[in-house]
Ligand binder design. Structure first.
Ligand code: ADE
Ligand code: ZN
Length: 319
């Protein structure tokens, strides 16, 4: 019998978890033409910029708190069925605002979905509020201010996603200062579309305990060494990296090399149906294509839980 390891992930975007069939059902319910983003039951995009456009268009198909509750519960139930005990969901209040739902109702729907899945399956989940870099520094700061005053016990972290090539990390540093002062855990997308300098900037200017992706740190041994020294956890998403052509194939993906160098790494799905993956598939890739041992796989699950933005009592129960 094949092994079904215990799983945890700390990097999945909520709209990025929408199965194409659910997006199609939402579109027909709201009478939205999706021929430019959905074809033959799959999302349509060809590079990172198009992926972001497609993502934003899919996000616009979820219009009510109930839509978001359904999306969240569906995703978490699926994770739980694959032996996953913990998930951190990246949410963007701007997406709630953009469809006229508002950030409060958006967050309330996602929180309801988390509670429903926990009741049904026992899975624990937390919310990481994100600013979208391509919406500009002011929106990212607003997202941080929103996270800081959300007063929602499920909101435990702050992130920045989106177009990494837009501006420099320093343009967004104030957002992270606001989130840090509010006691939120910090993580940031860096070293995915941009090179090792982006990881270095993030370490200097944001001082996060984790980095989303961070895999292009491999291009500079000094940056890899800094990650090791600081104990920064990389939220690695191999399937996403291959789909977005950050690396040509799993053979050349640096997960194993980074791990061997002493960087703390864990496995994540990012936007699973967009990249034809799932958390379960990421674990299969790690043990299959990447040839990591069972012990190495289990260590990555532990790393995700150690790095999770969660209270110590819950962490102790999960570990
Ligand atoms: N938003 C959703 N997925 C993303 C990714 N892989 N990189 C940056 N922003 C994102
Ligand atoms: Zn991401």
């Amino acid at each position: 019998m094949t092994r079904n390891p215990l799983k945890a992930e700390i990097h999945c975007h909520i709209e990025g978890a929408a199965p194409p069939a659910l997006a199609a059902a939402q579109a027909s319910r709201y009478g939205v033409d999706t021929s430019h983003i959905l074809r033959d039951g799959a999302y349509v995009w060809s590079d990172f910029s198009e992926f972001l456009v497609c993502y934003d268009a899919v996000a616009a198909l979820f219009k009510t708190a109930e839509d978001y509750a359904l999306l969240t519960e569906t995703y978490l139930n699926e994770l739980a069925a694959a032996n996953t005990i913990y998930s951190e969901i990246i949410v963007s209040p701007d997406h709630g605002d953009r469809i006229g739902l508002g950030a409060d109702a958006y967050l309330a729907g996602i929180s309801d979905g988390i509670r429903a899945a926990r009741e049904k399956t026992g899975i624990e989940a937390r919310i990481i509020v994100t600013g979208e870099r391509h919406f500009g520094p002011d929106r990212v700061i607003s997202a941080a201010e929103y996270a800081a005053r959300a007063g929602n016990p499920l909101v435990t972290g702050f992130n920045m996603a989106g177009e990494e090539r837009m501006g420099r990390v320093g343009d967004y540093a104030r957002a992270f200062d606001i989130a840090r002062d509010a006691g939120l855990g910090l993580t940031i997308h860096a070293g995915e579309v941009c090179g090792a300098f982006s990881v270095s900037d993030a370490l200097d200017l944001v001082r996060p305990s984790r980095i989303g992706h961070g895999v292009r740190a491999i291009e500079d041994p000094a940056v890899v060494e800094r990650l090791v020294e600081l104990g920064t956890v990389l939220e690695v998403c191999p399937g996403s990296n291959i789909a977005l052509k950050v690396f040509p194939d799993f053979e050349s993906h640096p997960l194993k090399v980074l791990r061997a160098a002493g960087v703390r790494v864990c496995l994540n799905s990012d936007d699973p149906p967009f990249f034809h993956t799932s958390l379960e598939r990421e674990y299969e890739i790690a043990s299959g294509e990447m040839r990591l041992s069972d012990d190495e796989i289990d260590a990555m699950t532990r790393t995700a839980l150690e790095a999770a933005f969660v209270d110590e009592e819950t962490r102790a129960r999960l570990l």
